[in-house]
Structures are given as structure tokens and as C-alpha cells.
Design a protein around this ligand. Structure first.
Ligand code: 16G
Ligand code: MG
Length: 542
């Protein structure tokens, strides 16, 4: 390590005085103007991680669904997963080190993590469409270069595409070719195969309206469109030519406001979907004939997908185990439907993709989705091999089912939740089953729910257990929540400190919207009183 060069270059990326940042659920995230030093230092860290794992490491510059003025950065581990927890700590230390301490922190990390400094390093970099992203990704590259790492700059990519590239490169191309072209071809080939079968059975040709949140999803979907146009026609809205990124549009806006994005022309019963700013989340929706808005969130996506997979497994007569992984935010109706009607086991983890991803790896087929639309399906190597073998050996209907499964495996981005890949899977399933968006929506009815935020002096005074469904501290809070929940029918509520914002989040559901609203409000007041609320007391009324 040429520490003198590090010191020299690091001085060109000074840390703003007093700024302390934490590597959170989705990496570092804050106003773009405060991130230059973090980018440079994450370039350095990516080199160390690459040397330690003897693998290619990814660095993605994005702030996902957050406002255009924000930015962020996260590292992608060898198999496309989120960075290992011990390295999240290293990332936080390095990002917060004072200028004169950067060298020492780098040396400490290398020693603690037993990094072989003689090893070569390779880092791949991607960025979203934010105005600040290009310059910030140059700072990452400078960090990589100063420590002697090799790199490939992919330029504009969706977050899941970067995960895909990392995964491909570390599996010697077995998963796919590490180019955007390779990504388009792999997914489109599987999709076209699947929809061919659907159209043979006389189903309608698909057409879909896509709100791209004025982000990278628009660019990539436009590039990809002609690869899959035999199976689906997409019409893009909020494609970045006019509006601002994530402003009044995108998956996060639609899910949290439960209303359509601006700038989209919706006709009744038309299938529509929204991506978020870096295209790793997707939600569907439609207007019914009476003009009512219906949201189809990550829970209903997981339900559609897992039901379909289960049917195929029954058809081929294989007892591969399938599990669905959710978080506490999953609507109670979805959990009940999956367990009682579909008879698939459901597990709950803490919020944040890495927790769901990890749990999903325990099954032959692990379906994971957050209610906010982030998710995918993981197939174990054994399951994949078995299915591919059956697709050759079985006959007639069984063979067809195995072949469908084979293509579904290829269509899912198994390195990360991916709006484009999920969209194609959903469209293929709807076409194969001949389902309309209304029929899909009618699988079960969501319980009315409400999410609120409460400002407190220190959100870490709230600690939780049981996958965030129970508050352990401050004392008395869980008892208060239990008493409030008892007042309503079909009710449930929980609170947790946000991993991305300085607030406590409150979730409540109940048999009616009024009850859910009122329960959420009462729980907010309890948090305010017992967990050190600051500013105005939470008001009722929405
Ligand atoms: C991040 C997470 C997302 C989670 C959200 C929760 C990743 C890639 N993203 O966006 O999964 O739902 O944080 O935010 O893990 P919160 O902690 O502020 O509620
Ligand atoms: Mg995102």
C-alpha cells in the first residue's frame, strides 16, 4: 500500500468538518455535496475487500428512491450480495476518519481482516442518473487507482445490473456474460421462451405502462425493449426527459401515498407499474371502472410468484421445499393467504434486503419480497440442477412445467431484487395463467394500514426483537402498544428506528382505514411520550 500516495490524494477529497455518517441498510446516503470524501474512501475500501476475497467487488453510486439532491454509495460483495457486516463497520470507520487518520485506519482494516496486500484487486463501478453521480463515481475510481486496483467503469447502470455484473464475473461467466448486452440477452431469451408458450394457448399479447421515476430504469428499459418485444409491449412514463427524479413518482411514492404517480395516463383496468430511482423495486396498480385506485405491492407479487411456483412443483411431482420471506411490514392478509390457502411456510426477518436474502438462501426455492416491492427468488444449486435435468427427462405436461421452471430460474436476477427482471417474471406469469390484473388483485384483500414517522431525540433508544415486531426498550412501550392494539379488530402495530432516516417508524393495520389511522396515531403518541419525542406532538388526521 502506497500510503503516501493515499495521503496526497485523500487531501483532494477532504471530509467536511464534524460530519459523521453510518454505513446503513443501503450503504451511505446523504446530500450529494457531502459525499466526495466517502466516495474516494469507498474506492480504497473496495480494493481491500477485493484483495481479501480474491474476487471482483462492485461499487454502486445511487440514492435509490431518495430525492435527486441526495446521493449514496454501497459496496457489492462477490456473489452479488450486500457487503458483509464486519466490513460495514470498516466502511463506517474509514468514512469518518479524520484526514490524518486515514492511513492508520486503512492499515488497521488490512490487519484485522488479514488482507493480503500482494493480491490483485478488481472493482466494477456503476452509477444512476443523478446529476452528481458522474463526478462522485470519478472519486471512487481515484480511490481504486491510488491503491493500485484495476477497475471497469460500467457508467450508467441500474443497481441490480451492477449486482448481476459482479455475480457473473465471480462465477467465470457461468451465471451470464458480465455486460449489459449479456444481461438483456439472458433475461429476454427466458422471457420470450415463456411467453411463446402462453400465446400458443391463445392468451392475449401483453401491454404495460411503466412509470420509471425519471431514473435509470427508463434508459435501460428503452435499451432492452426490442429484445423482448415479441412478448410484451411497454409504454414508458416519467422517463427522465422532463420531470425530476423520484419527484411525485416512482415505486416509493406510489406505495407510501397509495396513489398513482404524476405524469401517467391511466385508463380503467389497465395494468401499470412503477420502478424506483435505481430500478430495484417495483409495484403494480390499476384504476377500476369506478375510478378507484388499487395497489398491488410486494406482498401480492410474492403471492403470485410463489403460488405459480408451487403449482409447477406439484405438476412435476418434485418435493423441493419452497419458503416465502417477508418483513413485519407484510400485510397480515398476505401472510394469512400464503399460510392458510397456499400452504407455503412464511418467515419474517428484519427490514433490509440483506436479511431477507440471507433467510431465502435456506430453501430450495426462497421467495423474498418486502412490501415496498424489493425482492426476487433464489434457487439453490441443487434445485436448479434437478429442474434442468427434469426439463430433459420428463414427458408431456410434466416436461412443459419443468421447462417453464427452467426459464423462470434464468429470468430472475438471483443477485438482487430487480424491477426489470421482476416485471418480466410477473408479465410472463400473468400471460401463462391468463390472469388479468383484477384477478391477480382479487387473490386476497389487503387489511387497511397506515405508516407514520415520529421524531425523537435519539431513535436508538428503541430496540426491538422478534424481527422488529416487539419493542424491548424503552420500558413500557411494548405494553402500551399491546393495550392499544387490543382496542381494534384484526389489528397489529409495531415501531422500529429507521435505518435510513432520523425517525422512528410506526406501522398499524386494522379492519378499517379509520381504525388503522387511529391506532397508528395512538401508537405514535406512545412513542413520543415514552421514547423522547421532540418538536410537535404527533397530530391526528391524514
Ligand atoms: C433500504 C433497504 C430496503 C428497506 C429500507 C427501509 C436495501 C437495498 N434497501 O432502502 O430494503 O426496506 O431501507 O428503510 O436493503 P427504513 O429503515 O428507513 O425504514
Ligand atoms: Mg432502490
Amino acid at each position: 500500500m502506497d500510503l503516501d500516495a493515499v495521503t496526497k490524494h485523500s487531501a483532494l477529497h477532504p471530509k467536511p468538518n464534524g460530519l459523521i455518517l453510518q454505513y446503513g441498510t443501503a450503504g451511505f446516503r446523504t446530500k450529494a455535496e457531502h459525499l466526495d470524501h466517502v466516495m474516494f474512501r469507498m474506492g480504497l475500501l473496495a480494493v481491500l475487500r477485493s484483495k481479501q476475497t480474491k474476487s471482483t467487488i462492485g461499487v454502486m453510486v445511487t440514492a435509490s428512491h431518495n430525492p435527486e439532491e441526495d446521493n449514496g454509495v454501497k459496496l457489492v460483495d462477490p456473489l452479488g450480495e450486500m457487503l458483509a457486516p464486519s466490513w460495514e463497520e470498516h466502511a463506517t470507520c474509514l468514512a469518518n476518519a479524520e484526514e490524518q487518520d486515514v492511513r492508520r485506519v486503512l492499515t488497521d482494516i488490512s490487519e484485522k481482516a488479514a488482507v493480503n496486500l500482494q493480491q490483485d484487486a478488481f472493482v466494477v463501478i456503476g452509477r444512476d442518473t443523478r446529476p452528481s453521480s458522474e463526478k462522485l463515481s470519478q472519486s471512487v475510481i481515484e480511490g481504486v487507482t491510488v491503491l493500485g486496483g484495476q477497475f471497469h467503469d460500467y457508467g450508467l447502470l441500474t443497481t441490480p445490473q451492477l449486482h448481476f455484473m459482479v455475480y457473473c464475473r465471480n462465477t467465470s461467466g457461468r451465471y451470464g456474460e458480465a455486460t449489459v448486452e449479456g444481461y438483456y440477452q439472458k433475461l429476454s431469451k427466458a422471457f420470450v421462451e415463456l411467453t411463446k408458450q402462453a400465446f400458443c394457448s391463445g392468451n392475449e399479447y401483453g401491454s404495460l405502462k411503466v412509470d420509471c421515476a425519471n431514473g435509470i430504469g427508463a434508459l435501460k428499459l428503452r435499451e432492452m425493449e426490442h429484445y423482448f418485444s415479441q412478448g410484451l409491449s411497454v409504454q414508458l412514463f416519467n422517463d427522465g426527459t422532463k420531470g425530476k427524479l423520484n419527484h411525485l413518482c416512482g415505486a416509493d411514492f406510489v406505495k407510501s401515498h397509495q396513489k398513482p404517480p404524476q405524469g401517467m395516463e391511466m385508463k380503467s383496468n389497465e395494468r401499470c407499474c412503477s420502478f424506483d430511482g435505481d430500478a430495484d423495486r417495483i409495484v403494480y396498480y390499476y384504476h377500476d371502472a369506478e375510478g378507484h385506485f388499487h395497489l398491488i405491492d410486494g406482498d401480492k407479487i410474492a403471492t403470485l410468484i410463489s403460488s405459480f411456483l408451487k403449482e409447477l412443483l406439484v405438476e412435476i411431482g418434485e418435493s423441493l421445499n419452497i419458503g416465502v420471506v417477508q418483513t413485519a411490514y407484510a400485510n397480515g392478509s398476505s401472510t394469512q393467504y400464503l399460510e392458510e390457502v397456499m400452504k407455503v411456510p412464511v418467515y419474517c426477518t428484519k427490514t433490509g434486503v440483506k436479511h431477507l436474502h440471507h433467510k431465502a438462501q435456506e430453501f430450495d426455492i426462497g421467495v423474498y419480497f418486502e412490501a415496498n416491492g424489493h425482492g426476487t427468488v433464489l434457487f439453490s444449486k441443487a434445485a436448479e440442477t434437478k429442474i434442468k435435468q427434469l426439463a430433459k427427462e420428463l414427458e408431456d405436461k410434466k416436461r412443459k412445467a419443468a421447462q417453464i421452471l427452467e426459464n423462470i430460474i434464468d429470468l430472475f436476477n438471483q443477485a438482487a431484487g430487480d424491477a426489470i427482471s421482476d416485471m418480466l417474471v410477473i408479465e410472463a406469469i400473468l400471460a401463462l395463467k391468463g390472469l388479468t390484473v383484477q384477478q391477480w388483485d382479487a387473490l386476497y384483500t389487503d387489511l387497511p394500514n397506515r405508516q407514520l414517522k415520529v421524531k425523537v431525540a435519539d431513535r436508538q433508544v428503541i430496540s426491538t426483537t422478534d424481527a422488529e415486531r416487539q419493542a424491548v426498550t424503552p420500558s413500557g412501550l411494548q405494553e402500551a402498544i399491546n393495550d392499544l392494539v387490543k382496542k381494534y379488530k384484526l389489528s397489529r402495530a409495531f415501531v422500529r428506528p429507521s435505518g435510513t432516516e432520523d425517525v422512528v417508524r410506526v406501522y398499524a393495520e386494522a379492519d378499517s382505514q379509520e381504525s388503522a389511522d387511529s391506532l397508528a396515531h395512538e401508537v405514535s403518541l406512545a412513542v413520543f411520550q415514552l421514547a423522547g419525542g421532540v418538536g410537535e406532538r404527533p397530530q391526528s388526521g391524514f
